[in-house]
Design a protein around this ligand. Structure first.
Ligand code: ACO
Length: 371
């Protein structure tokens, strides 16, 4: 047995959902660049779940189903009110809420393909509502009910603020959702697949995945990027701050990737959005600081930015609170998790690797009273 730390380079499954080949990301063979420029998030959801793009009627039907399932039970919203609200991170709230939501789904343990698809639609539809509702409840505001006439991107921003977003915000948020929807066997997707490969239910799979996404080495990095930008404060401070961090061998959040070498293909889209939105909001400094950080880190370490780096200033420019950045990632990525969960069920085998034992050798047991 030989150990591959972090399972680097280990191919653990086959999948027809997304691929990363030569630093190009595709969903079902479609280049992410084309999808980011042209498609709605709902189209991508359909693509990931059906392995083909929808026609107009199929897309309309999915949108209707998502809108029809977007409300969450009152009990779940009331549950938020019992949380120690000023201390709870929204990712922890979301993890708990998804698990709690499962208790109200009468089909939670119905493992037929049809029931699993219905649960997938319910979860995809309700995740944005959960995140937006928690964001409001913790501020003492009433949740805003989802609207049936809005798509996922516009509806989320509407539920968050109570106001319909303008087309620029809707388009930007839609693109961010498209870019975050799936990413091959990333840590949270692997977590979801490991969980359901025991034939556990979808709610358990998604709850586990949210837990994995929360960590700062994975989805949690986008919030940390904004924390760093806020700490730095202005373009003049960037150089000293970054040099100091690199000298201390600290990681710069939003940089590096296990798979990409030349760069994360999603980052350029978010960079362009960041430039546009920070100008529009009159705060170009967030973009300018980010570009300077990118120059320093790539020149000194040759480590390019990942999806989390420019998404921070994009979300900030959309007026989104910084600790909601990772839950927003989950609102999109749940589409990929669900696609992978359904794929795992369709061709399942328990995922159970081995560990190389490096503890003490055989020991003689000494009874408690003799120790
Ligand atoms: N800043 C500075 N140095 C870095 C960074 C970084 N962000 N990322 C990697 N390195 C360096 C490491 O210090 C290490 O150097 P060494 O060989 O001299 O010790 C080398 O690059 C390899 O790094 P590892 O952490 O071993 O690479 P790994 O593939 O295990 O980790 C990861 C990938 C977790 C993404 C890493 O690059 C990282 O911690 N980045 C910062 C957190 C982040 O942005 N996460 C989001 C990733 S994208 C996503 O999950 C959505």
């Amino acid at each position: 047995m030989s150990v591959t730390k972090g399972l680097e380079g280990v191919v653990a499954t086959t999948s027809s959902i997304s691929s990363i080949i030569d630093d190009t990301l595709t969903y079902v063979g479609y280049n992410i660049d084309d999808l980011a420029e042209n498609s709605s998030f709902e189209e991508v959801v359909y693509l990931l779940w059906n392995r083909r793009l929808p026609n107009t009627l199929e897309l309309e039907d999915l949108k209707i189903q998502l809108a029809a399932n977007a409300s969450v039970p009152e009990e779940v919203l009331n549950h938020f009110k019992t949380f120690p609200i000023d201390k709870v991170h929204p990712m922890a709230a979301l993890r708990t809420a998804v698990s709690y939501l499962g208790l109200f789904d009468e089909e939670a343990d119905n493992a037929t393909d049809e029931a699993n698809l219905r649960k997938a639609i319910r979860l995809q539809a309700k995740m944005p509502t959960l995140v937006a509702a928690f964001a409001r409840i913790r501020k003492g505001l009433e949740p805003v009910a989802p609207r049936k006439d809005l798509g996922v991107a516009a509806n989320f921003l509407y539920m968050l603020t109570g106001e319909e977003p303008d087309s620029i915000a809707e388009e930007a948020f839609n693109k961010a959702l498209v870019l975050h929807a799936d990413h091959e066997l990333n840590a949270s997707t692997f977590t979801a697949r490991v969980c359901v490969a025991t034939l556990s239910d979808i709610y358990s799979g998604i709850t586990s995945a949210i837990g994995a996404l929360k960590g700062p080495l994975h989805g949690g990095a986008n919030e940390q990027v904004m924390k760093m930008l806020t700490e730095i404060g202005s373009v003049e401070n960037v150089e000293d701050y970054i040099n100091q961090k690199l000298a201390n061998k600290e990681k710069i959040m939003g940089f590096g990737h296990r798979v990409y070498r030349k760069g994360d293909p999603r980052a350029k889209h978010l960079k362009a959005m960041s430039e546009k939105l920070t100008k529009l909001t009159g705060e170009p400094k967030w973009y300018e600081m980010s570009v300077k950080i990118e120059d320093l880190v790539t020149n000194q370490k040759n480590i390019p930015p990942n999806v989390d780096f420019y998404s921070a200033s994009v979300y900030h420019s959309l007026g989104i609170e910084h600790d909601l950045f990772t839950p927003i990632f989950a609102v999109s990525r749940v589409s990929g998790w669900l696609a992978h969960i359904l794929e795992q069920y369709a061709n399942n085998r328990l995922i159970r690797p081995r560990a190389e034992y490096n503890g003490p050798g055989m020991q003689s047991y000494v009874r408690l009273e003799d120790r």
